[in-house]
Design a protein around this ligand. Structure first.
Ligand SMILES: *Cc1c(COP(=O)(O)O)cnc(C)c1O
Length: 428
């Protein structure tokens, strides 16, 4: 749909909801209340809403534990010993991978560290890492301390790419040029897949190809991309990736992360690893013998016993994703975010209060729009919240709004637009 087909009217928004084949999914989630009213929830980029089925999934495992005790590890088709397999079909579809290339485990930052141990192996010639300037703090700390762990200097090893003067997002051509310019010493490109602050989706395919071209590897932090942007990790040839499940994957606060390791590394014995027994050959695990023998594929990076209760909540959400399908979700997401963009531009016009800094091209963004606030600062955000809009404020001066295709509606967007219209009178 092009911009001139959108309308700022309640009847238009209602009509869009009627035509939306995913509209029924909204009822499968709990919505928080603000001032006694259901929130206009645009914060799935930070914490996705709770699927109503979560308690049932967790209770089932609590029952198994109560009834079976330790035998739950091996009893029946839900045996905890094999629980990691359940999430693979949905996860591999969401990130565009083979099932043996993904596994749910640990937390995001922990996984970044473990994957860096395997894929950042600096030597005399190749030691540089290219990343985006202003990356998420956990990623910055991770890179800094990984470099130091190898006895190297972060100042010399980490190359941060910034947008051109007067621009807010990185141009792909500039990323590719930086890869070329550092080709002699480049070990790794390690960036976000979708930048948390600007909402920009990087061209992971082109970046990976360019990194490989110069003999480096490419890894991505998909915290904001997973369950949101279109991903084809296998076909793009990405070496490794990791994500969290509590943002767009709606699996609950702090819940389990997942990793992707490309098939080409599935049996690579040369890669260094920090191993644990859960990554060891499953058939021999309980022999309790010396000598680490990794499982094939991503499973070989597991360290510890699967977190059964966390996986239960995760599965409740993944089952919904499987039913909805990423293609349908992505198609709706483009319309929903396009509508939000249309209304914001129409209403804020040249008020000078705010400006959208997220790319305009659908392939270069997910569902999130980042509003750079020029007048009124955080009070603009507080005003939204007072009227029931849950987005988030990110220092120094951005409001992120992320309408998700699973549980947001076109009427949500329309209602927000009315609130924006009122609020702007205060700040313009
Ligand atoms: C949300 C987010 C994190 C958070 O990491 P945790 O280990 O899950 O606390 C890290 N990196 C990025 C890019 C994020 O968006």
């Amino acid at each position: 749909m092009s911009n001139n087909q959108y309308e700022f009217s309640e009847s238009f928004a209602r009509q869009m909801d009627v035509q939306d084949t995913l509209s029924g999914f909204r009822d499968r989630f709990y919505f928080p209340q603000i001032n006694g009213k259901e929130a206009i929830y645009f914060c799935g980029n930070s914490l996705g809403l709770q699927p109503k089925t979560v308690a049932t999934y967790i209770n089932k495992e609590l029952d198994n534990w109560a009834k079976l005790g330790v035998d739950g590890h091996f009893y029946g088709e839900d045996a905890w010993y094999h629980v990691r397999k359940k999430s693979k079909p949905a996860l591999s579809a969401i990130v565009g991978a083979h099932e043996h290339e993904v596994v749910a485990m640990n937390n995001l930052t922990s996984n970044l560290h473990f994957l860096m141990v395997s894929f950042y192996c600096p030597d005399q010639t190749r030691y540089k890492i290219i990343t985006e300037a202003g990356a998420f703090p956990s990623d910055m700390y991770m890179l800094e301390t990984q470099v130091k762990f190898h006895g190297l200097d972060p100042e010399k090893c980490i190359v941060e790419l910034s947008p051109r003067a007067g621009e807010y997002t990185l141009r792909t051509e500039d990323i590719l040029m930086a890869i070329e310019a550092n080709k002699e010493n480049l070990a790794l490109v390690m960036m976000a897949g979708l930048q948390y602050y600007t909402g920009q989706v990087f061209d992971m395919k082109a970046i990976t190809a360019a990194a490989h071209q110069v003999g480096a590897r490419a890894g991505f932090d998909l915290a904001h991309a997973v369950g949101n942007a279109k991903l084809e990790l296998h076909d793009w040839g990405v070496d490794f990736a990791t994500w969290c499940s509590y943002k767009y994957l709606n699996s609950g606060p702090g819940n389990i992360s997942g990793i992707f390791v490309h098939e080409r590394h599935a049996e690579n014995q040369e890669l260094p690893r920090f191993a644990g027994w859960w990554g060891h050959d499953e058939g021999e695990r309980f022999r309790m013998e010396k000598g680490f023998k990794p499982m094939y594929g991503a499973d070989g990076w597991q360290l510890a016993n699967s977190n059964v209760l966390a996986l239960a909540a995760h599965q409740a959400s993944l089952d919904i994703f499987e039913e909805a399908g990423m293609d349908r979700l992505r198609a709706k997401s483009e319309l929903l975010t396009g509508y939000l963009e249309f209304l914001i531009e129409k209403i804020s016009g040249d008020s000078g209060v705010l400006e959208i800094i997220t790319p305009k091209i659908p392939n270069e963004r997910g569902c999130q729009l980042s509003l750079l606030i020029h007048k009124g600062g955080k009070s603009v955000f507080d005003e939204f919240y007072k009227h029931g809009v849950v987005g988030d404020w990110r220092n120094p001066n951005v409001i992120r709004l992320a309408p998700t295709p699973l549980y947001n509606s076109f009427i949500d967007i329309y209602q927000f637009a009315k609130i924006l219209e009122q609020s702007l009178q205060k700040f313009a």
